[in-house]
Design a protein around this ligand. Structure first.
Ligand code: ATP
Length: 303
């Protein structure tokens, strides 16, 4: 798999205050990389550095295997769409006119305007002045602009900020389809755990400028494997069987509680219980939420 974004020791300081510290980001092709962190963690600053809009204090950035520098910046950006902060548009122009203008600036065939309007479901409102768009429509117009030129990489900074629940859902579903439909790689920032949980394939957790975790979303969940709760026809006997097999249990709310087991161990346990005529009545996992995971990593709550 190709690495689309790689940073090494990326740092940014403002007025001697370090806001991004030694960041080693790896974003693989075709992933939706959820860049998660509380307000002020340094997500926007990082994304601005990736786009060459802010100069790193130290470290290096590679995008599409090319070093981000003056020489490569234009060719990297030609393949990168972005939505950073509020999208800019001309209020007195219609949505379509705004996109046509952008298409000519990006030197993209005008025919693509229809395509991106359709992707973001704005065809019906394309003749309306952008000033009369709702906030959600403006965000979608911004996304349409970012999609012009069919970029390989999309950087979206809190794209659902300020949207109502329906708008959030729509933006999220849109983003989720992009890798499969268009082969895009998406880096999307959010301060909302649930959002990343529902959208991302990979996660980077940033806190006070430092990357605390980076891996697939499933690895994140895996790393905080939940407790297992089992209620049987004879919990006392089951507890002894678990103990003989090397698994410590406690007893809470009429269930045996134990650390999560691998599939293979659980299979063995099931066989033993069955062999000794103990029936399983209920089995459940206490799923750790991303909120719990964040708390564990930082010692603080995210929201
Ligand atoms: N141009 C700037 N000059 C000085 N300080 C800045 C500048 N831009 C950002 N900062 C500071 O850098 C830190 C990180 O800000 P950044 O906007 O990158 O965070 P964020 O994770 O994107 O959070 P948010 O979602 O609130 O934008 C903050 O403390 C912010 O005040």
């Amino acid at each position: 798999m190709n690495t689309i974004i790689r940073t090494k020791g990326l740092c940014k300081s403002y007025h001697k205050k370090t806001v991004v510290k030694d960041l080693d980001l790896t974003v693989e092709q075709g992933s939706i990389y959820g860049f998660l962190g509380p307000n002020g963690a340094g997500k926007s600053t990082t994304m601005k550095m990736l786009l060459g809009l802010a100069k790193p204090t130290a470290g290096a950035i590679q995008i599409f295997g090319k070093t981000m520098n003056e020489k490569n910046r234009i060719s990297i950006l030609a393949n990168t769409g972005s939505l950073i902060e509020s999208p800019s548009y001309y209020g007195h122009l219609t949505g379509e006119e705004n996109l046509k203008l952008l298409a000519s600036m990006k030197q993209v065939p005008e025919a693509q305007v229809e395509d991106v309007l359709s992707i973001v479901h704005l065809n019906g409102a394309k003749d309306k002045k952008a000033a009369h768009y709702s906030f959600g429509m403006k965000q979608r117009l911004g996304l349409a602009g970012a999609l012009l030129g069919n970029p390989n990489l999309l950087l979206l900074d809190e794209p659902t900020n300020g949207l109502d629940p329906a708008g959030i859902q729509e933006m999220r579903s849109l983003i989720c389809t992009l890798p499969e439909r268009f082969g895009m790689t998406v880096l999307v920032s959010s301060h909302l755990l649930s959002e990343i949980d529902q959208m991302a394939t990979h996660v980077g957790i940033l806190d006070q400028g430092e990357l605390l975790f980076q891996d697939s979303l499933s690895a994140l969940h895996e790393s905080s494997r939940p407790n297992l709760r089992i209620h049987t026809t004879n919990d006392k006997k089951a507890s002894r069987i678990f103990k003989q097999m090397g698994f410590a249990t406690s007893y809470e709310n009429q269930s045996l509680v134990l650390d999560s087991l691998s599939d293979a161990s659980l299979y063995e346990v099931g066989k033993q219980l069955y062999a000794q005529e103990v029936g399983i009545l209920r089995i459940a996992e206490d799923e750790a939420s991303l909120e719990d995971i964040f708390l564990k990593l930082t010692g603080r709550s995210l929201s």
